[in-house]
Every structure is written in structure tokens, then in C-alpha cells.
Design a protein around this ligand. Structure first.
Ligand code: UD1
Ligand code: PEP
Length: 314
């Protein structure tokens, strides 16, 4: 028995693709009072066509198919690097997964897996967030232990905004321009398109760039909550459904703002670093969920940031 999943409130976030696919593999799933009651004597391989290349659903099917009898084929699978890492992990344990990183993933069921030591891939969204931190503060940064290929769409947009970005085998360095320039348009898409998880941070950056940028959020229906908070800090942003128009301002000013979700919260930290005066960000539990020691790292980079466990009274 599982509770319905949580996560950031960035849209309805249905799990129909997960449930339908698991049922196709032979699982019995009942939805009752906010819980999922799942049962299966044995799962059997199946051909599964996803309506959308959902990352979570692709991962869930792969995991379920590892011990299923026979072969499972996922079509229109997600191609994110994390799927490739999952394939590598399972195969090193004795599983039989192939095709990760393409739209068709095939899983041959096995009887058992064995122990393995596996290092997961570096977090491309955390890396992207620190690149934007340097860009928004007119600074320089070198990131090591990153996989530049995973950040290609982000690097492309950062270059478009005037940043100098150099890439080595496992390192990325960025030098901010004297004046950031707007990017014409940014559309979030499944990988290798621009990641939805970097949209908020890029919006903070474009808030202080010269010119107008248009953002289109195609993955999640309600992922512009940070726009209102950035506006409190002096940003000029208009949102209409899934489209946001950002007109860069000369300077943001510190304000009391609230993190409404994980990446939106990170965007507020970035905006605060570039803003005049002090910013207080509330509800930082969202940020803590996706960034290890972000305050310590930003402090190490020269930012002035204090983390408090209790809300600040007016
Ligand atoms: C494609 C994409 O950018 N995926 C991101 C998404 O993955 P995550 O796995 O959370 O999201 P999905 O890739 O599953 O969702 C993408 C889209 O599919 C829809 N959907 C999903 C499952 C389902 O059963 N039914 C359904 O309609 C979602 O509502 C959403 O509109 O958020 C993660 C955490 O922020 C990121 O790491 C992933 O890179
Ligand atoms: C939305 C995110 O995470 P979650 O899916 O856990 O809510 C995120 O990582 O930006």
C-alpha cells in the first residue's frame, strides 16, 4: 500500500501513465482514499506505448520489468541521462536493459540481481543552478565532476545571454559578461530540450538581462509561481498561462519572498544574490529537498547567505 505521490505543486501531476503501464505488466492496482493498493503474483513482459515520454513512468516500468517474465518494450520512452544511469546500474547488477537514451527501451526479465557499488551521475540541475549563480552576479565559476553533455541546452542559452562558457571533459567554466542580454525564447521540453527544472533559475537571470525574453513552459501546467515572487523583488514579468514575458530591469531589490517550490526557491536565492539590499526567503524546505548545503556553497563562492531554521518575525 502506497500513499499518492507528493512533490512540488507545479500542476496536477497525474500518475495515469505509471498505473496503466504497471497494469499492462499484470499488476492489480486499486486507488482508495488517497492510497494505492498494489498486488501482483507475477509480472509479465508487455509492449508499452507511452503517450508522453514521462521520466518517472519510464523509470517505474524499467524497475518493474526487471523481474517480470519475458520481454518488455517501452516505446516513446523518456531519454533523460538519469534513465541511462538506471540502465547501467541495473545491468551491472545482472539485469538486461537496453536502449536507454533512445525512445525504445527493452527489458528482458531476469530471476535475480546481485550487489554492486555504483556512483550515480552528477546532478545536472544543481550544476546548472550554480552556473546561473555566477552569471547573475557578474562572476566566474568552474564546476568539476560534471558531465557537460547533460547540460548542452542550458549552456547554449547561457551563451546566448552573453556568458562565456568553456567545456572540458568533466568540467565547465563560466564567465559572466559585463551586461547580460535577453534570450529570445526559451521553451521547456523533454531531454535533450531545455529542462523544466532549470526554467525558474533562467527566469531569475533574464529578470536582469537587457531586453525581453519569452518563456514557454510545456512540461508542467503551473510552474511560474516564482514569477510573482521575483516581481516583488522588482522584476518585470507578465504571465499568461504557459507563457511568461520577462522584461529585464536594471536592478532587483531585496524583499521578503516565499519559495513556492524547489526550483522556484532556488531562483529566489539567485535573484537575491543579484539584488540590492537584503532578501528574506521563507519556506526553504522546498529548496532543501533538492540542494545539499546550497547556503554553504554559495557562502564559499562569496555570497552573503544565512540559513535559519525558524521563520523571521516581522
Ligand atoms: C520531461 C521532463 O522534463 N521531466 C522532468 C520531470 O520528471 P517527472 O518524472 O516528475 O515528470 P514526468 O516526466 O513524468 O512528467 C512530464 C509530464 O508528463 C505528465 N504525466 C506524467 C506521468 C503520468 O502518469 N501522466 C502524465 O500526464 C506530467 O503531468 C508532466 O506534464 O520532473 C523531474 C523532477 O522535476 C525532472 O527531473 C524531469 O526531467
Ligand atoms: C519538481 C521537482 O521535483 P519533484 O518531482 O520531486 O517535485 C524538481 O526536481 O524540480
Amino acid at each position: 500500500m502506497l500513499s499518492q505521490p507528493g512533490g512540488c505543486e507545479i500542476g496536477p501531476r497525474p500518475i495515469d501513465l505509471h498505473l496503466r503501464s504497471l497494469r499492462e505488466l499484470g499488476a492489480n492496482i486499486e486507488e482508495k482514499h488517497g492510497f494505492l493498493i498494489c498486488e501482483a503474483k507475477e509480472l509479465k513482459g508487455a509492449e508499452i506505448q507511452l503517450d508522453f515520454p514521462s521520466v518517472g513512468a519510464t523509470e517505474n516500468i524499467i524497475l518493474s520489468a526487471v523481474f517480470a517474465k519475458g520481454t518488455t518494450i517501452i516505446r516513446n520512452a523518456a531519454k533523460e541521462p538519469e534513465i541511462i544511469d538506471l540502465e547501467r546500474f541495473i545491468n551491472r547488477m545482472g539485469g538486461k536493459v537496453k536502449g536507454a537514451g533512445t525512445a525504445t527501451v527493452t527489458i528482458e526479465g531476469v530471476e535475480k540481481l546481485h550487489d554492486v557499488e555504483h556512483g550515480i551521475i552528477p546532478d545536472r540541475i544543481v550544476a546548472g543552478t550554480y552556473l546561473v549563480a555566477a552569471a547573475i552576479t557578474g562572476g566566474k565559476i568552474e564546476l568539476t565532476n560534471v558531465i557537460p553533455e547533460h547540460l548542452q541546452s542550458v549552456i547554449y542559452k547561457l551563451r546566448e545571454s552573453g556568458c562565456r562558457v568553456d567545456v572540458k571533459n568533466r568540467a565547465i567554466s563560466l564567465e559572466a559578461p559585463d551586461k547580460l542580454i535577453s534570450i529570445d525564447s526559451l521553451k521547456t521540453l523533454p531531454y535533450p530540450g531545455f529542462p523544466t527544472d532549470m526554467q525558474s533559475q533562467m527566469m531569475a537571470l533574464m529578470s536582469v538581462a537587457d531586453g525581453i525574453s519569452i518563456f514557454v513552459e510545456t512540461i508542467f501546467e503551473n510552474r511560474f509561481k516564482h514569477a510573482e515572487e521575483l516581481t516583488r523583488m522588482g522584476a518585470n514579468i507578465k504571465v499568461n498561462g504557459r507563457i511568461a514575458l520577462i522584461k529585464g530591469v536594471k536592478r532587483l531589490t531585496g524583499a521578503k519572498v516565499t519559495a513556492k517550490d524547489l526550483r522556484g526557491g532556488a531562483a529566489l536565492i539567485l535573484a537575491a544574490l543579484a539584488a540590492e539590499g537584503e532578501t528574506i526567503i521563507e519556506n526553504i524546505k522546498h529548496i532543501d529537498r533538492g540542494y545539499d548545503n546550497i547556503h554553504g556553497i554559495i557562502e564559499g563562492l562569496g555570497g552573503k547567505i544565512i540559513k535559519r531554521d525558524t521563520p523571521i518575525q516581522d
